[in-house]
Design a protein around this ligand. Structure first.
Ligand SMILES: Nc1ncnc2c1ncn2[C@@H]1O[C@H](COP(=O)(O)OP(=O)(O)OP(=O)(O)O)[C@@H](O)[C@H]1O
Ligand SMILES: [Mg+2]
Length: 349
């Protein structure tokens, strides 16, 4: 199995930097299907520093959700985590028992999903479902747990929190439901929040309120966040670092400024070209590329050989079909997997 030594060393950053809060190495999620293995996450490496927001972007099907679920060890059947090391707060999550992992999920690492309707239990009142989790984790009595839940509902901007405790999910608007989900994620003071398209199903105005809320809470509570989205505009507003995924692999990771002002991977460039408003300077200098990305994301059941982007890449050369580019350092703190940017390639077998 190919390893990606270049990316692991560069992901660690300069020697002076503190160790990352989270470090994923060679993470792989496979679906075993009748037609063979689908490599939904195909050997990705990335880090999250304490206090930062990492934006995880890429088109639909690129593996963003599976990557996030793998961090929680919650990939849905028939998927499995085929390999990987997930170091979080100094522990390798892959070696924890299910019980220990359950503890980490509630207390240290929490997730906010795309569809708040699915993540709330329809037959329990808000007070009961949140209070229960809290009581379970913190071993509190019911009243204390409910007090704490009401406090959290206030914190996420829900007025008349006491009355809300008695309501059921179907009685709440989408925006309020997502606030409840955020409150639930915060119940046990996590150090890292995974937010997977947290606003996709909400009205535009509510979307920006929820994003602002997440950003504010992250600052206020000193958490880190992995924000999964296919919206470059959202990461432009929120992310410190950006990781760009394509077909289950990372193609570029850098700080947000670099991604917007000096993107190197042709896929990152294409993503940005389809969003001219966010970075005017970029779009003005590359007007010829202001088009949607031609072609479609590959079918991972029959992935292209070599660089997974070569079929859609305006710069593709014959070698891009013959070698799989590996993430490597293009500049300090900026990693790219593109043969034309100097990345090493593993020959296709
Ligand atoms: N139930 C499944 N069976 C087989 N393959 C699956 C299944 N669910 C997902 N996959 C594979 O995993 C890949 C990654 O899916 P994932 O949900 O992580 O994408 P995503 O980047 O989150 O997309 P989106 O932006 O649409 O949410 C898909 O392209 C698909 O090939
Ligand atoms: Mg997804």
């Amino acid at each position: 199995m190919p390893s990606t030594p270049a990316s692991s060393s560069s992901a660690a950053g300069p020697a002076a930097e503190p160790p990352p809060l989270l470090k994923a190495e060679n993470l792989r999620v496979h679906f075993a299907t009748r037609n063979g293995i689908i490599r939904a996450v195909n050997g990705v490496d990335f880090t999250v520093q304490a206090g930062e927001t990492l934006g995880l972007v890429g088109e639909s099907g690129s593996g963003k959700t599976m990557t996030s679920l793998a961090l929680l060890r919650l990939v849905p059947r028939p998927a499995v985590i085929a390999s990987g090391r997930i170091e979080f707060e100094g522990r390798d999550l892959m070696t924890l028992s299910d019980r220990e992992m359950q503890d980490v999920r509630g207390k240290r690492l929490a997730m906010v999903f795309q569809n708040p309707a699915y993540s709330l239990n329809p037959i329990l009142s808000i007070g009961d479902q949140l209070g229960e989790i809290f009581a379970w984790h913190e071993k509190l009595g019911r009243q204390q747990a409910l007090d704490r839940v009401a406090e959290l509902l206030n914190l996420v901007g829900i007025t008349d929190a006491r009355a809300r405790l008695r309501q059921f999910p179907h009685e709440l608007s989408g925006g309020i439901k997502q606030r409840v989900c955020i409150a639930r994620a915060l119940l046990c003071n996590p150090t890292l929040i995974l937010a997977d398209e947290p606003t996709t199903n909400l009205d535009v105005t509510i979307q920006s309120q929820i994003l602002e809320l997440l950003d504010e809470l992250k600052e206020r509570l000193g958490m880190s966040m992995i924000l999964v989205t296919h919206d470059m505009g959202v990461v432009a507003r929120m992310a410190d670092h950006i990781a760009v995924m394509y077909a289950g692999r990372m193609c570029e990771i850098a700080d947000a400024r670099t991604i917007f002002h000096d993107p190197q991977h042709p896929y990152t460039q294409a993503l940005l070209s389809s969003l001219p408003r966010v970075d005017r300077r970029y779009s003005e200098t590359r007007r010829e590329r202001l088009t949607a990305i031609p072609g479609r994301p590959p079918n991972l059941a029959q992935p292209p050989t070599g660089c997974p982007f070569h079929e859609r890449c305006p710069e593709a050369e014959p070698r891009c079909r013959a070698f799989v580019p590996q993430m490597s350092e293009f500049a300090p703190g900026h990693t790219v997997s593109c043969l034309r940017r100097g990345s090493p390639g593993i020959p296709v077998q």
